[in-house]
Design a protein around this ligand. Structure first.
Ligand SMILES: Nc1ncnc2c1ncn2[C@@H]1O[C@H](COP(=O)(O)OP(=O)(O)OP(=O)(O)O)[C@@H](O)[C@H]1O
Length: 304
């Protein structure tokens, strides 16, 4: 699904969301404190008791699992269904999906074409509404019957990245990102956003002067410049060769790690699932399997 500049503007000029900044800050603080405590506790335990020492990979795997156990839930979907009706034909795109995304998690969604991955991501991001079921963001239900509330949710909390970059050809990289930063609540500067994705030296290039991977990284910079809580990526490497795709994945991973952005990424490439904390496998509108990755592999280690 494409978002054009008009939609970006429409979302960004609306007034701020009702969720209090104080409540969000407290939730984050609690979550961060818990993570820090858990991390220190697991480090301390193995240092003081040599019999607990195991391989680095195993220990890291345990830390990840423990972190996931204590970090707060960012998004909860309950009993989500989505039925598309076209005349007499009904397509059951989602058939009762239940899923939680934890704060700071990196989740990869895998599954055959038509299994419901994009439909779920679009509903979680407030771009689409379910036929039935609920989505809670940080404990608050999304008002699926209010386009205004969904606009505000998208504007304040969600960054999207799609397979096609949707950059405005007549604007430079910096100007494409400025479209968002000029009207967001607490944005980073376009230079900072572009530097995070490794394009600090391409600020004044137009899209046509950038490679596909660079254009996708501009799109990622645009998505993260407003400091979203959620980054939802639908096939971000689908149009890229593997070398370029790896650079894009590195940018996404860096944002997930350094900004703590809860990230979900759809791909058809099972190899890419190795970078995730958790992998959700879809089939026929359902999540049929979930895998917790003991060790997250770096994008640079992957080959396809
Ligand atoms: N706007 C729509 N109108 C009618 N049917 C739709 C619409 N969007 C999606 N569908 C149908 O819903 C089902 C799930 O589609 P969805 O795009 O979520 O799958 P997907 O797993 O993301 O597929 P892909 O990997 O090919 O992108 C498919 O059968 C699709 O044809």
């Amino acid at each position: 699904m494409a978002i054009d500049a008009t939609e970006v503007h429409t979302e960004l000029v609306l007034p701020p969301h009702e969720v209090s900044a104080g409540a969000r800050a407290s939730q984050r603080q609690i979550s961060n404190d818990l993570l820090k405590f858990t991390f220190l506790r697991s480090r301390g335990a193995s240092r003081n008791r040599p019999e607990l020492r195991e391989s680095t990979a195993r220990r890291r795997s345990e830390e990840l699992v423990v972190e996931n156990e204590v970090s707060a839930i960012a998004l909860e979907a309950r009993e989500l269904t989505k039925i598309y009706r076209m005349g007499a034909v009904e397509v059951h795109a989602l058939r009762g999906v239940e899923v939680d995304f934890r704060e700071g998690e990196l989740i990869v969604l895998l599954g055959p074409s038509g299994s419901g991955k994009s439909t779920l991501l679009n509903i979680l991001g407030g771009l689409d509404t379910p036929t039935s079921g609920t989505v809670m963001f940080r404990g608050q239900p999304l008002a699926m019957d209010s386009e205004r509330a969904l606009n505000l949710y998208r504007r304040n909390h969600v960054g999207f990245v799609f397979q096609f970059y949707n950059l405005i050809p007549s604007l430079t990289a910096r100007e494409n990102v400025s479209l968002v930063t000029e009207i967001a609540r607490n944005p980073m500067s376009p230079v900072e956003a572009l530097s995070i994705v490794g394009l600090g030296d391409r600020l004044d290039h137009f899209p046509a002067q950038l490679s596909g991977g660079e254009q996708q990284r501009v799109a990622i910079a645009r998505a993260i410049a407003k400091r979203p809580d959620l980054l939802l990526c639908d096939e971000p490497t689908g149009a890229l060769d593997s070398k370029t795709g790896i650079l894009v994945l590195e940018a996404i991973l860096k944002i997930n790690r350094e900004l703590g952005t809860t990230t979900a990424l759809i791909t058809h490439n099972a190899v890419i699932a190795e970078i995730a904390n958790r992998v959700l496998y879809f089939a026929d509108g359902r999540i049929v399997e979930t895998r917790q990755n003991g060790v997250q592999r770096a994008p640079g280690e992957l080959a396809w």
